[in-house]
Design a binder for this molecule. Structure first.
Ligand code: CLR
Length: 256
């Protein structure tokens, strides 16, 4: 007699693996999330005052860009740590890991931004306090800032749990359709397992209808990131020296 597992054993196997996969993605998200939601909730009303806003607004364009590029790079570093602990990510070639981070790290930063966003007054936790769009005025890319804040607002409306955010972030990162992948097939297998994990927790949470809404968010992320790249090209042309010598190396490596 051939000893093959029964259906329930097979689904048990899949589910156990999926549980483990979800658990390690959630753990990785927690350990690299930079701020805990409860922590931020307590600081919710700590806003920049008029003088502080004024100080940001009187920075020159290149000074403010440099400042934001440094903050953004710190956030990206945490995303890189997160990626390294997604089961399967480390098995990809170095080239493919970098290719996924080049296109995905900024998107994950924006997903994570929604955790630090206060929808009641449209502010985000930046530099130790909550900042509205006016704080970023001297970047001279108001359209990008408005679009990023709108996106955060839309994400908050979905009221995702930390686990759902963790799985969604992993899915944003592990995308077999990104350009310049050497081993698309392998990325696809990792992507399927993450997709399966997300489906699994949405099913468990009785929120299967979120899947469709999350895929809609992915499309918005794509457009935000191309807007970011466009702004960066504009900035590098106008301020080549700042972009070349004062931007963090990781920022340049991933985006320039
Ligand atoms: C995202 C979540 C991280 C902490 C964090 C740090 C820097 C923030 C970022 C968050 C959200 C996006 C942000 C960024 C600094 C500048 C950037 C506010 C909150 C805005 C969108 C401006 C982009 C400017 C570039 C074009 C230089 O845990």
């Amino acid at each position: 007699l051939v000893c093959s597992p029964t259906d329930s054993q097979v689904s048990g196997m899949i589910y156990r693996n999926s549980d483990e996969l979800c658990a390690s993605i959630v753990r990785s998200h927690r350990e690299t999330s930079q701020y805990r939601v409860e922590e931020l909730h307590a600081l919710r009303w700590k806003l920049f005052n008029r003088e502080e806003i004024q100080a940001y607004q009187s920075k020159s364009v290149d000074e403010m860009w440099q400042h934001c590029a440094i903050r953004l790079t710190e956030a990206v570093q945490y995303v890189v740590e997160f990626a390294k602990h997604i089961p399967g990510f480390r098995m990809l070639s170095q080239n493919d890991q970098i290719a996924l981070l080049k296109t995905g790290s900024m998107e994950v930063v924006l997903v994570r931004m929604s955790r630090l966003f206060n929808t009641e007054n449209n502010t985000v936790f930046f530099d130790g306090k909550f900042a509205g769009t006016e704080v970023f005025k001297s970047l001279a890319c108001g359209d990008l800032i408005t679009a990023v804040f709108d996106f955060a607002h839309g994400m908050c409306a979905l009221k995702l749990t930390e686990q759902q955010i963790a799985l969604f972030s992993a899915l944003v990162l592990i995308n077999a359709d990104r350009p310049c992948l050497e081993d698309k097939g392998r990325v696809q297998r990792v992507q399927r397992s993450v997709e399966f994990g997300l489906t699994h927790i949405l099913h468990r949470d009785n929120q299967e209808s979120l899947m469709h809404k999350l895929y809609q968010r992915v499309a918005v992320l794509r457009s935000l990131c191309s807007l970011h790249m466009e702004k960066l090209r504009w900035f590098s042309q106008r301020y080549p020296l700042t972009a070349h010598s004062l931007f963090p190396p990781l920022y340049k490596e991933l985006f320039a």
